[in-house]
Design a protein around this ligand. Structure first.
Ligand code: NCD
Length: 304
């Protein structure tokens, strides 16, 4: 196989993560290049997506390549009963790398083992969203000038949120001053995530963002992942657990910056958008330079 997979940031060492971030800054602001001239990227999104799919497409086009989009699953041969592995095998014959999103944990790993072309995980179930975590790190580096030594709070659905999980594991590798995991008890991170964290960093479990807001450099807010709750009643119990509004931010430091992988569904009020705290739209924009770097990295055309 020529190239590499990106299934989980846990598979990369710190040097590789830094290499991708360095490559991303070379594409910021994104400009047309020809590094992936003639290459084709396959998009296999079995779950909804706006930012991830559009920014991968934009990134590939900026690099001189093209995309083949499998399209909405209900319009594909899956709807005729074709198996997942057949669909993946067929698609892999039409492209040089495949970006996959799926509701099942482990789907991207499965694809990477099945296929001979590089596979990029664009989100598998509740588990991982590595390109999101890269763009989160990139955004923090850009706005704070460093990744290390920051007081970071991660608020929301830390159990089912793959963006939250990937971010928590990623930032824990850069020696945070302190990492606060802020959620209702029902939505605390899963045991394997907590175990990995314990080996790496000092973290604290908190229920109320008010208790820590005044200390934070970064507040990473996430959506409660309604579609991943096995029990709708459980969702009902936690759905309105927290909201970030101007009232909460009265206690914040002036240089606090708020990130969110988006979409938001009410957990950050619109009134926050016009304040210097809001970094989430800038974060979404960074999806393009970071995914340009990821595509060059997996296809073996960049970095060292
Ligand atoms: C996230 C996802 O799909 O995991 N969206 C994204 O890629 N920015 C977050 C979410 O859906 O809550």
């Amino acid at each position: 196989m020529s190239g590499r997979d990106l299934v989980d940031l846990e598979d990369l060492d710190e040097g590789e993560i830094r290499e991708i971030l360095r490559m991303a800054s070379g594409h910021d602001p994104p400009r047309a290049t020809r590094t992936l001239d003639g290459k084709i990227l396959g998009l296999a999104f079995f779950e909804p997506s706006t930012r991830t799919k559009a920014s991968f497409t934009s990134a590939m086009l900026r690099l001189g390549g093209s995309v083949v989009d499998m399209g909405e699953p209900s319009t594909t041969s899956l709807a005729k009963g074709e198996g997942f592995s057949d669909t993946l095998r067929i698609l892999s014959g039409y492209c040089d790398a495949l970006v996959i999103r799926h509701k099942l944990d482990g789907a991207a790993r499965y694809a990477s083992e099945l296929l001979d072309i590089p596979v990029v995980n664009a989100g598998d179930g509740s588990r991982a969203h590595p390109t999101q975590a890269l763009l989160d790190l990139y955004t923090i580096g850009k706005i704070k000038g460093r990744l290390e030594g920051l007081s970071v709070g991660v608020l929301g659905d830390l159990k089912y949120g793959r963006a939250a999980n990937s971010f928590i594991l990623a930032i824990s590798r850069f020696s945070p001053k302190v990492l606060y995991l802020i959620s209702p008890p029902l939505l605390r991170p899963r045991r394997e995530v907590l175990e990995a964290l314990r080996r790496r960093t000092d973290f604290r479990i908190v229920e109320n963002p008010r208790d820590v807001i005044g200390e934070l450099d970064i507040l990473y807010v996430t959506r409660i992942q309604r579609e991943r709750f096995p029990d709708p009643e459980e969702y009902e119990r936690v759905k309105n657990s927290y909201v970030v509004d101007l009232e909460l931010l009265k206690e914040a430091r002036e240089d606090l910056r708020i990130l969110h992988p988006l979409p938001r569904v009410g957990e950050i009020r619109n009134e926050v958008d016009g304040t210097p705290f809001a970094a989430y739209f800038e974060q979404a924009r960074n999806g393009v330079p970071v995914r340009m770097a990821v595509l060059e990295w997996v296809l073996g055309h960049g970095g060292a």
